[in-house]
Design a binder for this molecule. Structure first.
Ligand code: AMP
Ligand code: ZN
Length: 481
């Protein structure tokens, strides 16, 4: 497999420390609010990567942290604590907030067919590990105490890793707009390993440490959790591209200084999902969550399909129009699979040939758009339906688009339906009244045109006539109640 490595800025052959085994680490969510669908784009692409590595025969140990302590609103160990902000907003304790949003995160992941990592570790579980690492860094001369905090001394490094798109000047944290310079720092790139003095008197979670009561810096948690669960040699580290600097840069600095050898040679960064007006945000504009998409009648897996259609190293623009196009393509795909009959013997030679093709496409820096195209190629293949179904199910072990389940649901819907009307991949099934079918279709058209008032009006009208509509995977069904 060839993967782009943002530490070397090159596409390289994927290698592991132990042959056949991958130690993989993913920066997990900060659980102060729901994840937005941009965050989830990163987790979808990392999920495909993990599944593809397993598909081609690797045994994978995937670890994810849950940031339930600290994580400041700015990249520069400054700004307000996001967890505390969430607790204040909802008038709950920080731990209640963390528990609630951790569960919400995994509920969203489940809806998007994102597998739970092998190890999920809340940052608050590993305080002793951070203390041990910070103590060693001080002993080795890589860290110093100033103004009550422990700082990493970046001047002690032979090389302060720089990921793509950042030059030395941009790394000057202190000169960033809106960020006050921390006068305790000896060098501009130094960062906090342990806080005892922060600007926030009411910091909710604090622990005893050799340097006083306080809490860990943001970056140390990933180093601590990865060393604990992945061991000394990490093969692959993942995260969204915004994590490359300073978070991942600082993780490398402290991990390698602690270990005394190279820590993680391969770095996988997923580029952002943006809205048409720019950066996706939890506070500005419409807060795009999986639940919001569901409320608007979208199947979360259609969002996964939307993500897979583009390469992880390109920024992706979200709009409802783009999502509608992806949802229509996905529904058509499911419809075509539903039309296949599981008859005949699987042709093993064809199966092997198609598996090879898929591996070749996906091995080229996780080319998921080619992976999606490959599904349509299978449908066009000159082979029997049983073989096509077997190949599609096999690809779906990696793509996780619920193809077999949705096709089965579609078959069942069609078998039960007395009438069916399909347009642009949207199928209305009902009890045999074309006028009602037409109204349900009009409701869909209204929703597509974002005329939600009209869509609701039609739903109410149907309700008044004793008709209940249920949104299905590929459309809607109705019945008299
Ligand atoms: P956070 O909860 O802020 O720690 O972010 C969780 C993950 O989502 C991190 O890997 C981020 O890099 C990633 N991320 C944040 N914003 C976006 C976005 N707009 N598109 C894709 N990934 C993102
Ligand atoms: Zn991290």
């Amino acid at each position: 497999m060839y993967l782009y490595n943002s530490a070397t800025h090159k596409k390289e052959e994927f290698k592991t420390h132990t042959p056949g085994h991958v130690e993989m680490y993913t920066c997990g969510p900060t659980v102060y609010h729901f994840a937005h669908i941009g965050n989830l784009r990163s987790y979808i692409m990392e999920d495909v990567l993990e599944k593809f590595l397993r598909y081609i025969g690797y045994d994978v140990n995937r670890v994810m942290n849950i940031t339930d302590v600290g994580h400041l609103t700015s990249d520069a160990d400054e700004g307000e604590d996001k967890m505390l902000k969430g607790a204040k907003r909802e008038n709950k304790s920080v731990m209640d907030i963390a528990r609630f949003y951790t569960d919400a995160f995994f509920t969203d992941c489940k809806k998007l067919n994102i597998k739970r990592p092998d190890v999920v570790e809340p940052a608050t579980n590993c305080i002793d590990d951070y203390i041990r690492i910070v103590s060693t860094l001080i002993d080795k001369g890589y860290a110093y105490l100033a103004g009550g905090n422990v700082y990493f001394d970046s001047s002690k490094l032979a090389r302060y890793y720089v990921f793509n798109d950042h030059d030395e000047e941009d790394l000057a944290v202190g000169v960033r707009e809106g960020v006050e310079e921390d006068t305790n720092k000896r060098n501009k790139n130094d960062f906090v390993l342990w806080f005892t003095k922060s600007k926030f008197e009411d910091q909710a979670l604090k622990w005893e440490s050799p340097w006083g009561v306080g809490y860990p810096g943001w970056h140390i948690e990933c180093t601590g959790i990865s060393l604990k669960h992945n061991g000394e040699y990490l093969d692959l580290h993942c995260g969204g591209v915004d994590n490359a600097f300073p978070h991942h840069t600082n993780e490398i600095a402290q991990s390698e200084s602690f270990l005394g050898h190279e820590w993680c040679p391969q770095w996988f960064h997923v580029h952002h999902l943006n809205t048409t007006s720019g950066k996706m945000s939890k506070s500005k504009g419409e807060f795009l969550t999986v639940s919001l998409l569901e409320e608007k009648g979208y199947d979360p897996v259609a969002y996964r399909y939307f993500c897979l259609q583009s390469h992880y190293r390109k920024a992706l623009v979200f709009s409802y129009e783009n999502l509608d196009n992806a949802a229509a393509a996905y529904n058509k795909l499911v419809g075509r699979i539903a039309a296949l009959k599981n008859e005949g013997e699987v042709d093993q030679a064809v199966f092997a040939e198609y598996r090879e093709k898929f591996i070749k496409q996906m091995s080229n820096d996780l080319n998921t758009s080619m992976g999606v195209t490959a599904l349509f190629d299978v449908l066009k293949a000159k082979t029997n339906d049983a073989t096509k179904l077997a190949v599609l199910a096999d690809y779906d072990r990696v793509l996780s688009l619920s193809l077999m389940e949705k096709a089965e649901e579609r078959r069942a819907e069609q078998a039960n339906a007395k009438t069916a009307q399909t347009e642009c991949g949207y199928t209305v099934t009902g009890e045999g009244d074309e006028a009602i079918d037409a109204l349900v279709m009009q409701r869909y058209e209204a929703k597509k045109a974002k005329n939600f008032a009209e869509a609701d009006r039609i739903r109410d009208e149907l309700k008044a006539r004793g008709i209940e509509i249920t949104d299905t995977k590929g459309g809607a069904s109705w019945k008299r109640v």
